[in-house]
Every structure is written in structure tokens, then in C-alpha cells.
Design a protein around this ligand. Structure first.
Ligand SMILES: Nc1nc2c(ncn2[C@@H]2O[C@H](COP(=O)(O)OP(=O)(O)OP(=O)(O)O)[C@@H](O)[C@H]2O)c(=O)[nH]1
Ligand SMILES: [Mg+2]
Length: 475
């Protein structure tokens, strides 16, 4: 064999292998760069989860054609999105995306109905990696973005896991006896303090749990509009509890040793074991990032007590991050969430000059109870969003001076109006802030003449929220 033939042979032999190796190498790179990120969107009933989830998804679906839709979402702004499409749902009920978009694009547009339970939506996002190193591995990569919408009420049950029935009862009854809850809890409290001695324990448990649920419902309703309700599934049961309502037939009781007591304590433990623990184990533990929506403006609108109660609920949710990396809850569930964004919703109810105060207030509410050893520095953020902007900034004259106001169609009105919504205090508010009649946040109708199906959903800071939650995964 002469040298040339040997070289040819060598060349022929090596060339296809090298190409194959290159392909494999690139495929491995794509595998490295292809990843799944699960972001859970939660918040109490009516906080704005459904509209916000749909708005994020709709704008992502349009982001390649309309990069200006999400200017603060770096991969969109840098024109690195190559394609975004919906994938079939895997584990959970499908998020009702088409229904929500049909509502928002109807003429006139309407708000979608309330949802219940947990649902998911999966998106495949193809993008061009940024760094040269990453591009050498693959010139396109993919992120599977899973959004999960679930009731924030379920998170309020977390602190129950650390309590026995007696301790939980003492705490819960103590809260029910403080204003403004005491007035709402009266029928339940008098029944709990003097249970019917001759009634069968089963029937009494049923009667007391019904009264207790009524009390929780009244807490959430107008005019008090409180946030902290426990057990959260008494109001938002979910599929498992709907199938077996006996799981919800208990209530707190003063200390005692009756048969009723034993039954209540047993059901309390069962509730934790059958409903609370599996949610944390099977769902929460798998989330990578968490967006917690807080309708802080409604709470502020309802008075000092509602505001402080929203803080109580926020801190119950945050308690999971106060346990530290070795705490009980971590050990039990090994939660891997490494970024949490708390966002005040419906920011279109206030004028832009109030955004800073709203954000600062949300942060102050969380920080009053101390730090978060369960989260790295910078992993917890506070912001504000509007899923769908229903107002435009406008000006009014008040006592001869111009003041920033909002233009929109209030719920119940026919015509556009210009309204002054009030100001968010720059300090942590005291009851005096409400005596001065400081806030009047009006509900507005969704805007007409917008075309969310083609133009995207116009919100506030949707792109910033997205960038915080998933931007780092598009390297
Ligand atoms: N002005 C304004 N109102 C909003 C916005 N988002 C939600 N809303 C209002 O809040 C209501 C509740 O929004 P949803 O997205 O359905 O809230 P949710 O948390 O999914 O509520 P549930 O399904 O009942 O738990 C809507 O019907 C609107 O009235 C927003 O960005 N701006
Ligand atoms: Mg909903």
C-alpha cells in the first residue's frame, strides 16, 4: 500500500467517524442545554393567577415575531428565541388557556371565570445559546417551560404540619377570638365551647366543621376581606377532598378528652397525611421556581386589619423558607425551589408614581419576621405586575394642582372616567392611614379595542417577572 492510499484510507476512515463524533458531541451539548423548568404560579382566590398565567404564555407564543412585547425578558430582547409552542399536558389537568384567551379577546372582553385546583401548561421554547462556548456545543437549545397554577390556600396549610391537634386548636381559636374575626366566628365559637353532649360525635363533628367553614368563608368575603384561612382546603378542597368530603369534617376545639375530641384530632392528622403532605411531596417538591401573587391593593382597600392579615398569610407561605436548609420541612420534602418572586397584582389600579411604594411595602411585610435561611442571597424578590392593563395614566387637577390619575372604565360604568386612586404610603402603614381615607382602588373592565390574540396581552412588568423566573436558563 503506498502512502497516498494509506492517507486516503485514513482520511476516509477517519472522516465519517469524526463527523459522527461531532454530531454526537453536539447532540450531547443539546441534551445539556435542553432542560425543563417548572414555575408554579400561586396566590389566594382572585389574586390573578389565571389571567397572569395566560398573559405570560400568550406573550411568549408571540415573542419571536414581536420581540418588543417582552423587552425586559433578555432572550426575547436579544432576538434569541427561535420558536415557542405548546406541548401536551403530562401530569395534571390542562390549564384552560384557550378559554381564558377567548374571554380576553371577546367583544366586549370579559374576565375569565374562577378556576379551582391545580393545572399545568407546557411550552417548548427553542433558543439560540448566548456564549461562544455554549454555541460550540449546540447552535439551538430548548427549554421546556412548565407553568403550574394552584391555589395559594394550600400553602397556608404548611405550618399545620408542625403542630399537633391541641397546639393547632389553641392557636386557631385564639385567632378566631381576636377582632375582626371574633364577630364572624361567634356562631362557631359558641358551638365549640359547648358541644352537644348527647349528640353522636360524628354528627357533632359535621355540625362544627360546617360552622367553622362558614366562618372561614366570611373571613375571605367583603367587607373584611382577610387572607389567612386555615385549613386552606376547607375553601379550596381540590379533587381528593371533593371525592371524600369526610377529610374536611373537623374543627379546632378547646382542650378536652371527649370522644368528639379524639375524633377531631384523628381527622386533623388524617387531613395532614392524606391532603397536605402529598401535595408537598408530589407537587411542591418538584417546582423549581415559585411566583406568589398577592392582591395587596384589595387588602389595602379593605382596611388595616385586612392589610395585617395579608401579611400573616404571606408569612405563612414564607415559613417554608425560614426553616433553613436542614429544617424539618426541607428534610421531609426536599423542596428544590431556588427562586421565589412575590408580586403585588393588578398594578394598573395605581398610578406609576406609586409603583415603588407598592413594591417596598410588599417587601417590608415579608421582612418584618426576619430572614430566610432556606434561600440563597438574591433568590427572593418582590415586585408588582398587572396581567392585563385596564387603565392608562392621566392627569387631574386637585386644589389647583395637577395630580396623577387613571383613565379606564370602572366596573358597573359604561363610559371611561378619570379617577384619582389614592397613594400607597411610603412608610409601613398604621391604622391612622385608613382614617384619612387614603385609598380608593376601583375595579376596571378589561380594555376594549385591544387584540390580545395577535398583539399580545398588554400588562405591566410581565417581562421582568419572566426574566427573574426563567431568564437565567437561556444562557
Ligand atoms: N385591573 C386588573 N384586574 C385584574 C388583573 N388580573 C386579574 N384581575 C381581576 O381579578 C380577577 C381574578 O383574576 P383571576 O386571574 O381569575 O384570579 P385567580 O387567582 O385565578 O382566581 P381564582 O381562579 O378564583 O382562584 C379577575 O376576574 C379580574 O377582575 C389585572 O391585571 N388588572
Ligand atoms: Mg384561577
Amino acid at each position: 500500500m503506498d502512502r497516498k492510499t494509506a492517507a486516503d484510507r485514513f482520511g476516509r476512515w477517519v472522516a465519517p467517524v469524526a463527523a459522527e463524533a461531532g454530531r454526537q458531541f453536539r447532540r450531547a451539548g443539546e441534551a445539556v442545554l435542553s432542560q425543563t423548568i417548572r414555575v408554579a404560579v400561586t396566590g389566594l382566590a382572585r389574586s390573578g393567577k389565571t389571567v397572569l398565567t395566560a398573559a405570560l404564555v400568550q406573550n411568549l407564543l408571540l415573542a419571536r415575531e414581536r420581540p418588543t412585547l417582552l423587552p425586559f425578558f433578555a432572550p426575547a430582547h436579544e432576538r434569541r428565541l427561535l420558536g415557542v409552542e405548546r406541548l401536551p399536558t403530562r401530569l395534571r389537568t390542562s390549564f384552560p388557556f384557550d378559554m381564558v384567551m377567548n374571554c380576553l379577546s371577546a367583544d366586549p372582553p370579559v374576565w375569565p371565570p374562577s378556576t379551582s385546583g391545580i393545572s399545568e401548561l407546557r411550552l417548548a421554547i427553542e433558543y439560540r445559546p448566548r456564549g461562544i462556548g455554549a454555541r460550540l456545543l449546540a447552535d439551538r437549545a430548548a427549554v421546556t417551560f412548565v407553568l403550574i397554577d394552584y391555589p395559594g390556600e394550600w400553602l397556608l396549610d404548611l405550618p399545620m404540619l408542625e403542630r399537633g391537634y391541641e397546639a393547632w386548636s389553641a392557636e386557631t381559636l385564639g385567632l378566631a377570638r381576636t377582632p375582626p374575626r371574633d364577630a364572624l366566628a361567634r356562631p362557631f365559637l359558641s358551638a365549640a365551647e359547648a358541644p352537644l353532649a348527647n349528640a353522636p360525635a360524628e354528627a357533632e363533628a359535621e355540625r362544627l366543621s360546617a360552622l367553622y367553614t362558614e366562618y372561614l368563608r366570611a373571613c375571605r368575603a367583603n367587607p373584611v376581606n382577610l387572607s389567612f384561612v386555615q385549613p386552606g382546603r376547607f375553601l379550596l378542597p381540590g379533587r381528593e377532598a371533593e371525592a371524600d368530603p369526610r377529610l374536611l369534617r373537623f374543627a379546632p376545639l378547646p382542650p378536652g378528652s371527649t370522644r368528639l375530641h379524639a375524633l377531631m384530632a384523628e381527622r386533623f392528622e388524617r387531613y395532614k397525611r392524606v391532603l397536605v403532605e402529598p401535595f408537598f411531596r408530589d407537587h411542591f417538591r418538584r417546582f423549581d421556581r415559585q411566583l406568589v401573587l398577592v392582591d395587596l391593593l384589595s387588602a389595602l382597600d379593605s382596611g388595616y386589619e385586612a392589610f395585617r392579615d395579608a401579611e400573616r398569610a404571606m408569612n405563612a407561605v414564607l415559613s417554608v423558607y425560614r426553616y433553613g436548609r436542614t429544617g424539618l420541612i426541607r428534610q421531609l420534602f426536599g423542596a428544590r425551589i431556588d427562586k421565589v418572586l412575590f408580586a403585588a397584582t393588578k398594578a394598573d389600579h395605581i398610578t406609576p408614581n406609586q409603583y415603588n411604594n407598592l413594591r417596598a411595602l410588599l417587601e417590608a411585610m415579608a421582612m418584618r419576621e426576619g430572614r430566610f435561611p432556606g434561600l440563597e442571597e438574591g433568590a427572593l424578590a418582590f415586585g408588582l405586575v398587572a396581567a392585563l392593563k385596564c387603565t392608562e395614566p392621566a392627569m387631574l387637577r386637585f386644589q389647583g394642582r395637577p395630580v396623577e390619575a387613571l383613565r379606564g372604565v370602572p366596573v358597573g360604568a359604561e363610559e371611561e372616567q378619570v379617577l384619582y386612586p389614592g397613594e400607597i404610603p411610603a412608610h409601613y402603614p398604621t391604622p391612622a392611614d385608613w382614617r384619612e381615607g387614603r385609598f380608593r382602588f376601583v375595579d376596571f373592565l378589561p380594555p376594549r379595542r385591544s387584540d390580545p390574540l395577535r398583539q399580545g396581552v398588554r400588562g405591566i412588568y410581565l417581562d421582568k417577572a419572566l426574566d427573574f423566573l426563567i431568564g437565567d436558563r437561556f444562557r
